[in-house]
Design a protein around this ligand. Structure first.
Ligand SMILES: Nc1ncnc2c1ncn2[C@@H]1O[C@H](COP(=O)(O)OP(=O)(O)OP(=O)(O)O)[C@@H](O)[C@H]1O
Length: 697
């Protein structure tokens, strides 16, 4: 069985007639695109309704602008020939050029087909075994927007080989060049080379939530972003209303990925971190690990709910409600019934159906006013609506609501709960042990604003906000590095989901937070989509085989149930493991050597060692800068705190003192696994003879 494509054309020369004709098609596509852009601008200028025109036109112009911005992005990257005979002179083959967006000529005929259109699907899925109606697939090589080469696969010729490029690791030069391309600058899209197993996830239906369990570099992030772009294209109207949200682990990661969707023409996706999503109070302090774990526990949701709803009091007396110049008595029995009914509606599990606390308070006031109205009507009156609304706002009704259903502020409630043991004990009885309650306690702050809020507190405050009022939900949420979410963070994401669907991306082997579970079930349940199917990705596109095999040695210790990934390419020179007695000299030497080549360099060490490593490189005259979590772009030589490395990649990675990385945190081995799998071309490990046992020898 042949594992290579049935026919691959070598690099074409400038005089190659096929190349010449494809270049002509590219020139045509560029001209048409320019025309389309001009037309879009004209629509904006000629708009009848200025506001609508501005909004629609601006969005359209922005899409065109984002495509035009990168001259290195060609209008198409592939071509499919469907029919009976690829080269038939009678033109029986139907040809489509596949690109990042539709391009039409002035008559409306397609010049380039959007990669997301159904017609483009065979480009990604066809194989010799299942040609999907294609006789030929052509991939183009480009440089700076110029078409430089092409390669053909003849499909549907009855060959027994599996013609997909995936299995023929080195058969597609276009794929290989893309994978091996020295990394510098932000992450790029992969539309030209999406692989079949990735494409299945990208094109999963909108209604289907998907969980991708994928080893490092298998393309999870890329797949999640392309799925967002695919869904926006396929369900534009629906998703334009409800929106798409991408949640990543930190700012440094977002900075790395945030250009991918705009390059694909999707500029209206919200991209954020969990911390930003729940950032309702300024985070100034850090919890001890065991406190952070407890604050992220799902039981805290129950405690908060009790703290909020438990403060509702039983009405003790009748209330006199003023309405249109008279006062009407609402007896205490009826008041109790009103409050009980509303409380019951506040206990409905579905966030969309539930009566939220703040709305319940409003409703209660209206019930009192409505009661008075009925009494007046029974007496023959007919008060106007404005009078009834005024009654609901009257001092008498307000005083009753304040006493029975007090207005709450989320931060205030959490501050009170953490600062007052009696309040906590009431809310946590039977849910948290006394020891756990003591762990949560901290001295009451002088004011809510100046409280020493921690990241976990912010999630608690967000949870209370979600109890007070309904959270606006997105139509689709992509959540990356989901293995690290606490149960309460999962709830925070789930609240943003409403009736929409999820793409959950992660790797249990890269789990570094204390609550990371051993399988996906608790996370998916916490995210509100317990039935979601877990789809594995096991082909590694980032890391050379030698490096991946080395990192995989840690798997039995960190994720015994997981299948090790295999790399799509090998490179015998990719891995160097070097014992050193003193770090400074060898580190500077290695980084200087790497800096002589192209691409980015990440020097990864423990967070604590960052200043030392920065100094060592600075002393050697190397222009290194520390990677920070504020979203600033990474320097070409970046000193990377190990806790920020997740999701990132560098052309070359130097790991300084792996044993220290392991020792720095409870899940240090998983952290090391993350760190060892960031390199595209080269990994150098500098150790002091104290490698973890699984890596030694
Ligand atoms: N089909 C593909 N064609 C070209 N490049 C690809 C393909 N799939 C993935 N890549 C590249 O491989 C690298 C790793 O992809 P990505 O970051 O999405 O992986 P990941 O599974 O999220 O990794 P990690 O879990 O380690 O963060 C990226 O540079 C991405 O562009």
């Amino acid at each position: 069985m042949s594992a290579t494509p049935t026919d691959t054309t070598g690099t074409a020369t400038a005089t190659d007639p096929v190349l010449a004709s494809e270049r002509a098609h590219l020139a045509l596509a560029d001209d048409c695109l320019t025309e389309m852009r001009t037309a879009a601008t004209a629509v904006v200028d000629a708009g009848v309704d200025a506001w609508a025109s501005e909004r629609l036109g601006a969005a359209r112009a922005e899409r065109l602008r984002s495509l035009a911005a990168d001259p290195g992005v060609p209008a198409f990257f592939g071509r499919t020939d469907a029919g009976t005979d690829a080269g038939a002179p009678d033109g029986t083959a139907e040809t489509f050029h596949i690109g990042r967006r539709h391009v039409r000529d002035s008559t409306g005929s397609p010049v380039v087909i959007d990669w997301r259109a159904p017609m483009s699907r065979p480009f990604y899925r066809a194989s010799t075994a299942d040609p999907q109606g294609l006789v030929r697939r052509r991939r183009f090589g480009f440089s700076g927007g110029e078409l430089t080469s092409y390669e053909d696969e003849l499909l549907g010729a009855g060959g027994e080989g599996d013609g997909t490029l995936l299995r023929a690791d080195t058969s597609s030069r276009v794929l290989l060049q893309e994978i091996e391309r020295p990394r510098s600058g932000p992450m790029r899209d992969i539309v030209a080379t999406i692989q079949p197993e990735q494409d299945e996830i990208v094109r999963a239906p909108l209604a289907e939530s998907v969980c991708v369990q994928g080893a490092p570099g298998t393309g999870k992030t890329a797949v999640g972003l392309h799925r967002a772009a695919y869904l926006l294209y396929t369900h534009g109207g629906q998703l334009a209303r409800t929106g798409v949200l991408v949640v990543g682990p930190n700012r440094a990661f977002l900075r790395y990925i945030e250009q991918v969707l705009p390059t694909l023409g999707e500029v209206d996706v919200d991209q954020t971190t969990v911390a930003e999503l729940t950032g309702r109070v300024p985070v100034r302090a850090q919890d001890a690990p065991e406190v952070a774990v407890l604050k992220g526990d799902a039981r805290m949701a129950q405690v908060l709910e009790r703290a909020l709803w438990g403060a509702i009091a039983k009405p003790a007396d009748d209330v006199m409600v003023p309405l249109a110049g008279r006062r009407y008595r609402v007896p205490v029995e009826r008041l109790k019934r009103y409050v009980d009914d509303l409380r019951r509606r506040g206990r409905v599990a579905d966030d969309q159906q539930r009566l939220h606390y703040a709305a319940g308070r409003e409703r209660l006031a209206m019930l009192l006013a409505g009661d008075a109205r009925r009494q007046k009507e029974e007496a023959g009156g007919s008060p106007p609506d404005g009078e009834v609304r005024r009654a609901a706002r009257s001092p008498e009704v307000r005083a009753f609501c304040d006493a029975v259903w007090p207005a709450r502020d989320p931060a205030g409630l959490v501050a009170e709960l953490l600062g007052d043991p009696a309040v906590l004990a009431r809310a946590a009885r039977g849910v948290l042990t006394e020891e756990e309650q003591a762990l949560l306690h901290r001295p009451a702050p002088r004011s809510v604003r100046t409280a020493p809020w921690t990241a976990a507190d912010a999630v608690l405050v967000d949870e209370v906000t979600g109890l007070l009022e309904r959270t606006a939900g997105y139509g689709h949420v992509v959540v990356d590095e989901a293995q690290d979410l606490s149960p309460l963070q999962c709830r925070a994401v789930a609240r943003r989901l409403a009736a929409g669907s999820l793409t959950v991306l992660g790797d249990l082997a890269q789990a570094t937070s204390p609550w990371s579970p051993a399988d996906w079930a608790p996370t998916l349940a916490g995210l509100g989509r317990p039935g979601t199917a877990v789809r594995p990705l096991t082909r590694g596109y980032r890391v050379p085989g030698e490096v991946l095999d080395y990192a995989n040695r840690l798997l039995p210790a960190i994720a015994p149930g997981l299948t090790a990934a295999t790399a799509v390419r090998r490179d015998p020179g990719a891995l160097t493991v070097r014992p050193v007695t003193d770090l400074a000299g060898p580190l500077a030497g290695v980084v200087a050597d790497l800096a002589a080549g192209p691409g980015s360099i990440g020097v990864v060490c423990t967070d604590a060692a960052v200043p030392d490593v920065e100094r060592m490189l600075g002393d050697a005259g190397l222009p290194a800068a520390v990677l920070t979590d504020d979203g600033a772009p990474a320097a070409r030589i970046a000193v990377v705190p190990a806790t920020l490395a997740k999701g990132l990649e560098f052309d070359a990675v130097v790991v300084a003192d792996p044993a220290a990385i392991v020792a720095a945190e409870p899940r240090g081995l998983s952290r090391l696994y993350v760190v060892l799998t960031r390199a595209v071309s080269t990994l150098v490990v500098l150790h002091r003879g104290d490698l973890p046992a699984l890596l030694a020898g």
